[in-house]
Design a protein around this ligand. Structure first.
Ligand code: DGT
Ligand code: CA
Ligand code: CA
Ligand code: ZN
Length: 590
C-alpha cells in the first residue's frame, strides 16, 4: 500500500473506533497518524519504512507503527478486517448523511437502535430524534432533509465517474464484429455535471444485433440485466450505474443519436420546428407528417430524409450544427437559426495552465516540486499555487511567515529553471465570516503574490443576505483576483451555501474579478447555467482543478466540458492565455 492509502486506512480505523465508542485517545492516535503520514514526504516515508525508524517520530506509537508496517508490507490488516466486520453496513451508510458524525451515530444506535439511514428516517418522522439530548427539533429537520437529498443523489453519478465507465464500453462496442458506429449519448454526451444513466447507440445490421446485445449484457462489471431484447438491452453495473443500449440500422443512426442525446426539452423544440415545416422528427428519422402510418412505419417504408451525420439532420431543419452540450432547450435552436452560436467553444487543448492548486504546505498530498513536475509532464506553460490561508486550520493553512517562505521557494524554483512550467505564486485566501480577507494589507503588500483566490470555507450557514454581503466585500478587496468555488456545493452530497449569485456576478464584473469554474468533478462551480449570460456581460472565467495531488490536475478537463456547456469560448477564460498574457493581466489588475 502507498502512503496515501495507508493514511486513508488509518483515518477509517479512527472513524470505526469512534463508532464503536472506543477511548478517544485511541481514536485520535489513528487520526493523528493519518494526518502525519499525509504531511510526510513520500521519500521520507520510504526511507523510514526501510530503516524501521518511523517510531522515532512524535505521534507514532508502537501499535501504530506495527499496523502501518503490516499495511505497507501486505496491503491488509487483520485488525481492520475484524473491526469493520463488527459494524453493520447500515451504520457505515449513516456516515454519509449530512450532519451525522461518529458521536451522533453512536447516540442514535444506543438510544434508539437506529442502524441504517432508513431506520433514521423513520425515527425522525416519529419525532424520536428531536427528543434525544444533543439533537433537538432543528437537527431532526436537517437530518430528514439530508436523508431526502441522499436518496435523490443516490440515483445519479458524477459526470467524471460515468465517463470513466462509458469510455471503455464505447471502445469495446466499436471493436465488435458488425458494429459500424457506436457512441455514448444522453446526459453524458451533453456534459451534464451529473448523469442518471448511460445511453449507448450502435449502428449495425439486424443480423449482428443479438451478438452485440449478448456482449453488452455479459460484459465485465454487470451486476444485473434489467431488460433484454434483440436490439435493446439495459444493465445495472455493480456500482449502481445503469446503462441502456440501442442498436439501429446505419441509416437511422444520426436520428437515434440525436434523439437519445436529448435533452428532452431540446427534442421537444426540434420536433415542433419539424412539424411547422411539415415533417415529423423522431429517433426513426425525419419523415413527412402527412400520410398514413406512424413515423416508424414511414421510416421503414424509406420515406425519411437522409442524414449521415447530425449536422445533416440540423441542416434539413435550416439549422447550424448544435454541439451536444448546448442542447438543453435554452435558446440553442434560435441561435442555430440566427447563426449566432459561438463559432468555436473552448476545448481542453486550449488551456495552458491553472491557478488554484494545493501542495503539502496545506492540505495537498504532493510537494511543490512534485506538482511542478506533474504540470510540466502535462505540457502546461504555467502552474499557479494557491494553498490555504491561516484560518483554514483543519487544512493547515499558511500563516504570514510560511506563506512568505513558500513564495520564496516558488521564486527560487522559477529561477533554477528546473521545470519548463512557470510557477505563479498565489494563495487561496479565506473570506472571513464578515467578508474581510485572512491577511492584512501590510502582509499582502509584503508578500508580492501574483494573485489571490478568495474562497468561503467557514460559516456556511449564514443567511443569503449576509453571505452575499460577505462575498461581495471580498470581491471589492483590491487584492482579490478571483473567487474560488462560488457556492461551495459538493455535487450529490451538499447543497451550496445560500448566496445571491446575480449580485456576486455583478460585483465581479464591476471590479474586474474573475470567477473560477472549479473543475473538481464534485464541484463544477460556478454552475454552467450561469456562465453564458455572465460571460456576455464581461465576466472572465478561470478553469481551475483545485488539485490536491498531481493526479487532480487532469480534472481540468471536466471544467472545460462544463465550460462548453456554458457557451464559453477560449477568450472567456484567462488560462487559455500564455504565460506572458497572464502576467500582463495580473499586472494590469494590480
Ligand atoms: P439522465 O440519464 O437522467 O442523466 O438524462 P438523459 O438526458 O440521458 O435522459 P434519459 O437517459 O432518460 O434519455 C436519454 C435521452 O432520450 C433524453 O435526453 C431525451 C431522449 N428521451 C427519453 N425519453 C424521452 C421522452 O419522453 N421525450 C423526448 N422528447 N425525449 C426523450
Ligand atoms: Ca441517460
Ligand atoms: Ca436512459
Ligand atoms: Zn477551497
Amino acid at each position: 500500500m502507498t502512503k496515501h492509502e495507508i493514511a486513508a486506512m488509518l483515518e477509517e480505523i479512527g472513524t470505526l473506533l469512534e463508532l464503536k465508542g472506543e477511548n478517544p485517545f485511541k481514536t485520535r492516535a489513528y487520526q493523528g497518524g493519518a494526518r502525519a503520514l499525509e504531511a510526510m514526504e513520500a521519500d521520507e516515508f520510504a526511507a523510514r519504512m526501510a530503516a524501521g525508524t518511523l517510531g522515532e517520530l512524535k505521534g507514532f506509537g508502537e501499535a501504530l507503527v506495527d499496523k502501518i508496517g503490516k499495511l505497507h508490507a501486505n496491503g491488509r490488516l487483520e485488525f481492520y478486517d475484524k473491526l469493520r466486520a463488527q459494524i453493520p453496513d447500515g451504520v457505515i451508510a449513516l456516515l454519509e448523511v449530512p450532519g451525522l458524525g461518529p458521536k451522533k451515530i453512536k447516540a442514535l444506535r444506543e438510544q434508539l437502535g437506529v442502524e441504517s439511514p432508513e431506520a433514521l428516517a423513520e425515527a425522525c418522522r416519529a419525532g424520536k430524534v428531536a427528543a434525544l439530548a444533543g439533537f433537538g427539533e432543528k437537527t431532526q429537520t436537517k437530518l430528514l432533509e439530508g436523508l431526502a437529498n441522499r436518496a435523490a443523489y443516490a440515483k445519479r453519478h458524477r459526470w467524471w465517474d460515468a465517463r470513466a465507465v462509458a469510455g471503455p464500453i464505447v471502445e469495446a462496442l466499436r471493436a465488435l464484429p458488425g458494429v459500424r458506429r457506436a457512441e455514448a449519448a444522453g446526459s453524458l454526451r451533453r456534459n451534464l455535471e451529473t448523469v442518471g444513466d448511460l445511453d449507448f447507440i450502435v449502428a449495425a445490421e439486424a443480423a449482428d444485433a443479438a451478438a452485440i446485445t449478448g456482449w453488452f449484457c455479459a460484459q465485465e462489471g454487470v451486476g444485473e440485466v434489467t431488460a433484454r431484447g434483440e436490439t435493446k438491452a439495459s444493465v445495472r453495473f455493480a456500482g449502481g450505474l445503469q446503462a441502456d443500449l440501442r442498436i439501429v440500422p446505419e441509416a437511422q443512426f444520426a436520428f437515434a443519436l440525436h434523439h437519445f442525446t436529448g435533452s428532452k426539452d431540446h427534442n421537444v423544440a426540434m420536433r415542433q420546428r419539424a412539424l411547422a415545416r411539415g415533417w415529423s422528427l423522431s429517433e426513426w428519422g425525419l419523415v413527412p407528417d402527412a400520410g398514413e402510418g406512424t413515423a416508424k412505419e414511414k421510416a421503414e417504408r424509406g420515406l425519411s430524409l437522409r442524414a449521415d451525420t447530425e449536422a445533416e439532420l440540423f441542416a434539413h431543419l435550416g439549422l447550424a450544427f448544435v454541439p451536444p452540450e448546448l442542447r438543453e432547450g435554452l435558446g440553442e435552436i434560435e441561435a442555430a437559426e440566427a447563426g449566432s452560436l459561438p463559432p468555436r467553444l473552448i476545448e481542453p487543448g486550449d488551456l495552458r495552465g491553472a491557478f488554484h492548486n494545493h501542495t503539502t504546505e496545506s492540505d495537498g498530498k504532493n510537494t511543490l516540486a512534485e506538482m511542478a513536475s506533474a504540470a510540466e509532464a502535462l505540457g502546461w506553460d504555467y502552474l499557479g499555487i494557491a494553498d490555504h490561508s491561516k484560518s483554514s486550520v483543519q487544512a493547515r493553512g499558511l500563516d504570514e511567515a510560511r506563506l512568505a517562505a513558500q513564495v520564496a521557494s516558488i521564486r527560487e524554483l522559477n529561477a533554477s529553471a528546473r521545470h519548463r512550467t512557470w510557477l505563479f505564486a498565489g494563495v487561496e485566501c479565506d473570506i472571513l465570516p464578515d467578508g474581510r480577507l485572512d491577511y492584512d494589507d501590510a502582509t499582502f503588500a509584503a508578500l508580492g503574490l501574483d494573485y489571490v483566490v478568495v474562497s468561503v470555507h467557514s460559516a456556511f450557514t449564514q443567511g443569503e443576505d449576509e453571505m452575499t454581503r460577505r462575498i461581495v466585500r471580498a470581491i471589492e478587496h483590491p487584492r482579490a483576483t478571483m473567487l474560488g468555488h462560488a457556492t461551495g456545493r459538493i455535487l450529490l452530497r451538499r447543497e451550496g451555501y445560500k448566496v445571491n449569485l446575480a449580485r456576486v456576478i455583478d460585483a465581479a464584473i464591476a471590479h474586474r474579478v474573475i470567477i473560477e469554474l472549479n473543475a473538481h468533478p464534485s464541484r463544477l462551480d460556478l454552475d454552467w447555467r450561469l456562465w453564458r449570460r455572465a460571460a456576455e456581460r464581461g465576466l472572465l472565467c478561470a478553469i481551475n482543478p483545485d488539485a490536491h495531488d498531481t493526479a487532480g490536475l487532469i480534472h481540468i478537463e471536466a471544467g472545460v466540458r462544463v465550460a462548453r456547456k456554458g457557451w464559453l469560448a477560449s477568450d472567456n477564460v484567462l488560462n487559455t492565455r500564455d504565460r506572458a498574457g497572464v502576467r500582463r493581466w495580473f499586472a494590469e489588475r494590480r
